[in-house]
Write a protein that binds this ligand. Structure first.
Ligand SMILES: [Zn+2]
Ligand SMILES: [Zn+2]
Length: 329
């Protein structure tokens, strides 16, 4: 089959690899669409993936075309979206229900072959069957949405909060959609790219601006979400959390990124700084939210490109063009 392969840091190609075969409790998915995200760029930079080469792609959906010998829950022809998370279920984190912090955390498309290929293998337990009205290509958005749902779980958000989001790429916009639906009093979005802000406005944010300074909330925001991973944005955001507010590190930084905190202010103003990592018991809920139309796929997916253009698609994503880019194997 044809697949994108990250062979070494900085080197990605589209090539022919052997067709995958399912284990007893796995299925083969004929991938309809696979989304690209910052994680793929990190893998390309030599981070995250424990071993290269790897077929990237952890955001995908498709049709079941092969069944392992012990699979009875799914049938050939079922349309599924795939939770990429693979947990050991044995370590201390897993046993405490915090599987996304698994000591041996792995993911389809990160540490084992993913969906940027004609076919991908997934455990039956990771597949969610799609209702008929959901377009299987669009369902590639469920994985990033499940990360946003996890982010909201961490926030324990309260009705009537003022929310500030840094970054109006796909993840920032998903946080915007969830903030609107979880009763935020206002949701404001900051991005250094004015083109991206237009989409945040279209989706109904309260205000969009090139810097938080322009938004005029001197007391700060109850919830500040970084969806950029960028050091300058994170530093700015940390300083704009209101008393008793929460800062959520949702964007993925390079390993070397650092920011400065004021321990006195964290003490004196009871500020919470937290993070949310990938997916935790949030994939099924994201699939259900997605089926109710929480996101408009026509807005969120800006490019649908053939798999053969995977390297160019990554370049386009790295250049900050568009929103979610999916490849269609
Ligand atoms: Zn992703
Ligand atoms: Zn574990």
């Amino acid at each position: 089959m044809k697949a994108a392969v990250i062979e070494a840091p900085g080197k990605v190609t589209v090539t022919t690899v052997p067709d995958p075969a399912p284990g007893p409790r796995e299925v083969v998915v004929d991938v309809a669409a696979c989304g690209l995200c910052g994680t793929d760029l990190h893998i390309l930079q030599g981070e995250f993936a424990p071993t290269l080469p790897v077929v990237p792609g952890h955001e995908f959906a498709g049709e079941v075309v092969g069944l392992g010998s012990e699979v009875t829950e799914l049938a050939i022809g079922d349309r599924v979206a795939v939770d990429p998370s693979l947990y050991c279920n044995e370590c201390r984190s897993c046993r405490a229900g915090r599987n996304n912090l698994c000591d041996r955390w792995q993911a389809i498309g990160v540490s084992v072959a993913g969906g940027a290929a004609e076919y991908a293998v997934a455990p039956v337990a990771n597949c969610v069957r799609l209702p008929d009205h959901v377009d299987v290509q669009d369902a590639a958005l469920i994985e990033p949405l499940s990360c946003a749902v996890r982010g909201y779980d961490v926030l324990n958000s309260r009705l009537g909060s003022h929310v500030l989001i840094y970054g109006s790429g796909t993840m920032g916009l998903m946080m915007l959609e969830l903030a609107k639906r979880t009763g935020a009093a206002s949701v404001e979005v900051v991005d250094v790219n004015p083109k991206r802000l237009a989409t945040a406005e279209k989706l109904g944010c309260s205000q969009a601006a090139l810097s938080a300074e322009e938004l005029g909330r001197p007391g700060g925001w109850d919830v500040v979400v970084d969806a950029t991973g960028n050091a300058a944005a994170i530093q700015d955001g940390l300083e704009r959390v209101a008393k008793a507010g929460t800062f959520l590190q949702f964007g993925v930084s390079d390993y070397a990124t650092t920011a400065t905190i004021s321990p006195y202010r964290i003490y004196n103003q009871e500020i919470t700084i937290t993070g949310s990592m990938a997916v935790l018991h949030s994939y099924e809920r994201a699939a259900e939210l997605f089926a109710t139309g929480v996101l408009d796929p026509q807005v969120f997916i800006s490019h649908r490109l053939p798999l053969t253009e995977y390297p160019q698609a990554l370049d386009r994503f790295a250049a900050g063009q568009g929103r979610k880019i999916v490849v269609l194997p």
